[in-house]
Design a protein around this ligand. Structure first.
Ligand SMILES: Nc1ncnc2c1ncn2[C@@H]1O[C@H](COP(=O)(O)OP(=O)(O)OP(=O)(O)O)[C@@H](O)[C@H]1O
Ligand SMILES: [Mg+2]
Length: 308
């Protein structure tokens, strides 16, 4: 991204030096700079390991495009628009919420939207105190730690658990205040399961409008899960045999139709892959010799699916 940023800057300087006015050439230059430096391809690369997530990828491109165009506008004296980047993630277990939030912290840093780009994960116990006044203090301390980065609050609805009298409400109020005050160098991401998050927003009607980005992390279908499995296997420099693939696909198909509610999506796949690597190792150790292919291929025998 460093080079990309550089290239953008070059693009900007070009326009300033060559032509202070907004004419067709400058416009063309601007467009060219955006597509030529093709920072979208950088975003594509960064997110290429994430299967699906079309809407998220599109959102990141919109954010990036807005930064670039804001810069161009500023150069010719037009006002830029401030981007508020706070987000809500709704999705079932293992749909990638935490992984994406981590990634965004780094990307926002690379895009110069955050000064540090670190990732702070907090839960109810980190924010909510036991006596009056303690909650605001604790929450402020966590926000302070997250300044310049992303504050990720998982199971955010647990803050509304006890209703009006609960100190969780104080944590929400403190967060809201800081989201407004510090939105230039602090991104708040609240995450949780879809139904609970919806309920949380209904109970706190003022919240929704403060999050310009509400993203749904969909459950993966069987073919997406297979892609994720292959990718996880290949990133560890293994391969699945055709039979192993077939066995896994059939199993996933059955799993998805039977246990929709507690199926942990990509995390389930990661567990399957990691376990099959262990079983593969055990299987090979019982042999005297093995070939290169033996060391690479995970077979149907290595997939112990019922244990998952
Ligand atoms: N689209 C995807 N493509 C590839 N891998 C994925 C994808 N989504 C999730 N994973 C992987 O699945 C695992 C679980 O993801 P993660 O922990 O981010 O899920 P989560 O939504 O935060 O789950 P939970 O709600 O249980 O906290 C991680 O190893 C992650 O890399
Ligand atoms: Mg998570």
């Amino acid at each position: 991204m460093e080079t990309q940023k550089h290239r953008n800057k070059n693009g900007q300087i070009n326009i300033v030096l060559q032509d202070k006015q907004r004419d067709a050439t400058a416009d063309e230059e601007g467009k060219k700079c955006l597509t030529e430096s093709n920072s979208f391809s950088h975003i594509d690369t960064e997110f290429s390991s994430f299967i699906g997530m079309k809407r998220l990828k599109r959102t990141i491109k919109e954010i990036y495009a807005t930064i670039v165009i804001n810069e161009k506008r500023r150069e010719i004296g037009l006002p830029g628009t401030k981007q508020v980047l706070h987000m809500l993630f709704k999705g079932n277990p293992g749909t990638g919420k935490t992984t994406v939030a981590r990634k965004l912290a780094r990307m926002y840093f690379e895009m110069d939207l955050l000064s540090k780009g670190h990732f702070i994960e907090a839960e109810r116990a980190d924010l909510v105190g036991e006596y009056i006044g303690q909650t605001a203090q604790k929450t402020r301390a966590v926000i302070q730690k997250a300044m310049g980065g992303v504050l990720f609050i998982d199971e955010a609805y647990s803050l509304a658990r006890g209703g009006e009298k609960d100190f969780g409400k104080e944590a929400i109020d403190t967060l809201v205040k800081h989201m407004e005050d510090n939105h230039n160098d602090f991104v708040l991401i609240l995450a949780g399961y879809p139904y609970e998050m919806e309920r949380f927003l209904t109970l706190n009607p003022g919240l929704k409008s403060r999050f310009p980005f509400i993203l749904d992390f969909q459950d993966y279908d069987t073919s997406q899960l297979m892609k994720i499995a292959k990718q996880m296997v290949q990133s560890r420099e293994y391969e699945l045999t055709k039979e192993a693939e077939w066995k896994l696909r059939t199993h996933l198909y059955k799993q998805k139709s039977q246990s929709q509610y507690n199926f942990s999506n990509a995390r389930y796949i990661r567990n399957v892959v990691e376990q099959s690597i262990r079983l593969h190792a055990m299987r090979l150790l019982t042999r005297e010799t093995f070939s290169v292919n033996d060391l690479i291929y995970l077979t149907a025998e290595d997939l112990s699916l019922d244990a998952q």
